[in-house]
Design a protein around this ligand. Structure first.
Ligand SMILES: Nc1ncnc2c1ncn2[C@@H]1O[C@H](COP(=O)(O)OP(=O)(O)OP(=O)(O)O)[C@@H](O)[C@H]1O
Length: 679
């Protein structure tokens, strides 16, 4: 993990054995947008094979293992034979149960992406990475005059190379996570591949957009009933209202404009702790307002103490650095920082991988008080001496357990030992997450003052109770059929579908498009522009289904996500908690459906039973049986005894080194290294 994209950005062009040709005429919308106007492909066209996706064909894509690194030729052959877009007739044969309403690619919205030719970020196309297997996507997918493109390019084509096979593992450079190698050999001169030139479109500047927000849900007031435990020496009392926080008028105005009238529990406890200058590790359920819990008191202090950054200094020395594990999440945090600092002299800047470094630097030198960054890019701008650390007063690790695990942990250690970085005694370090495995808590001690406070809102690592969880036993070869059935029942409600690998994300997205379910995808193999486009299309409802890998599991706050489907269950229970937390946010209700494959998911049965029962969900008898049979008589997953099954580790120092947040012995690394590109 921690596949620092700095290097991934300078990738070797790879040659694909399979380059399907997408032609706009084949998948163009009709005049009213609701006609799926397909011309059968010729049988010689490998991209539009007459063959259907077939389960159980060992030569087909479907049966491939989830391991991404394998013979390129074999995979591509398999996919081109099995996985190409079908022609109209075959598609009809396959899609017999298609719903009328949803058919035709859900009318205009369905299946057809936004036009790209006029997009702000087309300008650098010529210098982007060299295509990849679906390298012809840009021209071939360009829509007709209305600017539409066939959305499933997202699904079928991976920006950074789609089905790259072996090549995706052959990202050059020895120190993948080495800030030095990135800074030195990164965009500044390495000639191994095309440079990343993507400049994200600037966020809207108008006040309405800046303060746009969604409504809190019917269960928002129930937050007040959640038990909160604060541990550590001499914690300040919680506050009950925003007024008690004594924030300056501008901040209060911004809070009101953001639609916040009442504090969430994590805010009630964290704000006074941070205002009191204490270090903090806070664990609260997904979607319960952790971002504002750290931003507001930091901004309040910055306003009180005054800030020093001035414009157009080559070296900017921010007072606050916020790191998060994924690009989309850090961008979201930046937008929150920009919202709450609106009308103040505090300037927040964001920088993350997959975008042009020069652009980030230009933003930074215009003044930077709060730097929001993904870890690799942060080390780059430090290495390039654009960011100095001497003024850092606040270091925030969002999704802190992820930031400290084996993927990003080494990078975070480098960060705190960088020249100039104030020692932990001299800075305030704040960590937030919905999950906090105890072993990671122990690692965190290195970053925090010894008297840090630990806030646990409800069950540490517990699932949000506003999410109705259902576990279905579905075997590997029935998953697609079940998925389509569920999605057809769901209709147009926004749904995130999680799968285990990048390739599967593409494959499933392609498959759903083929089923005329408007879908896009996000994963670490897609170019950043495509990731952002996919997220944008999902957010605005243009594509109500987003197929994602774990890159989208944490932190993303998207309005109206009503359903999460775990097509593949993740390997850890914490990951499960984060994934399902994309719905049921801020007091709204949501649903999560997970496909449990007896052959591959048994190790998750026990922690799943625990998480379900702690969240007062129905536990299927078959799942309990598996949990018992896997773990024997000692298992008591249904016991609802201790609300704080996992707590501040300083309470349990002795002999409990392998517990995870669900309170069970961990059979695997907390966050296994995978092949995703995160930041
Ligand atoms: N006090 C509040 N009143 C109203 N809305 C709030 C309040 N606090 C936060 N929100 C909103 O709730 C949503 C979820 O907040 P946020 O993204 O900070 O959750 P989180 O706890 O960080 O979730 P995750 O664990 O998934 O990262 C956001 O849209 C945010 O603007």
């Amino acid at each position: 993990m921690g596949d620092e994209d700095w290097e991934a950005e300078i990738i070797k062009p790879h040659i694909s054995s399979y380059v399907p040709v997408f032609e706009k005429d084949r998948y163009s919308s009709g005049a009213n947008g609701d006609t799926f106007n397909r011309t059968p492909a010729s049988s010689s066209d490998p991209g539009f094979s007459n063959n259907k996706f077939e389960e159980g064909d060992s030569s087909g894509f479907w049966r491939e293992s989830s391991i991404d690194c394998e013979d390129n030729q074999t995979r591509n052959r398999g996919f081109s034979k099995r996985g190409g877009y079908q022609d109209g007739n075959d598609s009809e044969a396959l899609g017999s149960s298609r719903r009328g309403g949803r058919g035709s690619f859900r009318g205009c919205r369905g299946g057809f992406g936004r036009g790209s030719p006029n997009s702000d970020y087309e300008q650098d196309e010529g210098t982007q990475r060299s295509g990849g297997i679906f390298g012809s996507r840009r021209s071939a997918l360009s829509g007709a005059g209305n600017g539409d493109t066939f959305q499933s390019r997202s699904g079928g084509g991976s920006g950074r190379g789609g089905y790259k096979g072996l090549n995706e593992e052959v990202i050059t450079g020895s120190g993948k996570n080495s800030w030095k190698s990135e800074a030195e050999g990164g965009e500044s001169g390495d000639t191994q591949g095309p440079k990343v030139t993507y400049i994200p479109p600037p966020p809207p500047e108008d006040e309405d957009s800046i303060f746009a927000h969604y409504q809190t849900g019917i269960n928002f007031d129930k937050y007040d009933t959640i038990l909160v435990e604060v541990s550590g020496h001499d914690p300040p009392p919680a506050i009950l209202t925003f007024e008690e926080a004594n924030l300056c008028q501008t901040l209060n105005n911004n809070i009101a404009k953001a639609g916040y009238t009442k504090l969430t529990p994590v805010q009630k406890y964290s704000i006074p702790i941070i205002q009191g200058g204490r270090d903090l590790m806070a664990c609260a359920q997904t979607g319960s307002g952790k971002t504002a819990a750290f931003l507001l008191p930091i901004l309040a202090h910055m306003m009180r103490d005054g800030i020093t950054a001035s414009r157009f200094k080559e070296l900017q020395e921010p007072e606050c650095i916020i790191v998060a594990p994924t690009r989309e999440l850090i961008n979201q945090i930046y937008l929150e920082a920009r919202k709450f600092s609106f009308g103040t002299c505090v300037r927040a800047v964001v920088t993350y991988g997959g975008t042009q470094l020069g652009h980030s630097i230009r933003q930074i030198v215009q003044g930077c008080n709060i730097l929001c960054a993904t870890p690799g890019r942060l080390m780059d701008v430090i290495g390039k001496e654009k960011i100095g650390l001497r003024q850092v007063k606040y270091l925030v690790l969002d999704e802190a357990d992820r930031m400290l695990d084996m993927g990003f942990g080494p990078e975070m250690k480098k960060l705190i030992s960088c020249p100039g970085m104030p020692s932990k005694e001299q800075r305030q370090t704040l960590m937030f997450s919905a999950t906090f495995p105890e072993e990671i808590q122990r690692l965190a001690g290195e970053f925090l003052k010894s008297n840090y406070l630990f806030v646990a809102v409800g069950q540490v690592g517990g699932a949000c109770r506003d999410v109705q969880q259902t576990i279905l036993q579905v075997g590997q070869y029935s998953k697609r059929e079940k998925l389509v059935e569920i999605l057809r029942n769901i209709g147009d409600e926004r749904t995130m579908v999680f799968v285990e690998t990048k390739k599967k994300a593409d494959f499933i997205a392609t498959f759903l498009c083929q089923e005329k379910i408007s879908t896009t995808s996000i994963h670490g193999d897609r170019e950043q522009r495509e990731r952002e486009q996919a997220l944008g299309d999902f957010r605005c409802g243009k594509c109500p289904v987003l197929v994602a890998t774990s890159v989208a599991a944490r932190g993303l706050d998207i309005e109206n996500v009503q359903h999460v489907i775990n097509f593949d269950l993740p390997s850890t229970i914490d990951e499960y908690v984060h994934r399902i937390g994309r719905t049921g946010r801020c007091g709204n209700t949501g649903r999560a459906i997970s496909f449990f494959d007896l052959e591959s998911d048994s190790q998750l049965a026990q922690p799943l039973v625990k998480v379900l029962s702690d969240a007062q969900q129905d536990v299927p008898a078959w799942l309990e049986e598996i949990a018992f049979s896997t773990y024997g008589p000692g298992f008591s997953g249904n016991a609802r005894g201790n609300v704080f099954a996992s707590v501040d580790t300083r309470k349990n120092y002795h002999g409990k080194s392998s517990l995870n947040t669900a309170g069970f012995s961990s059979t695997q690394a907390p966050n296994p290294v995978d092949d995703e590109s995160w930041d």
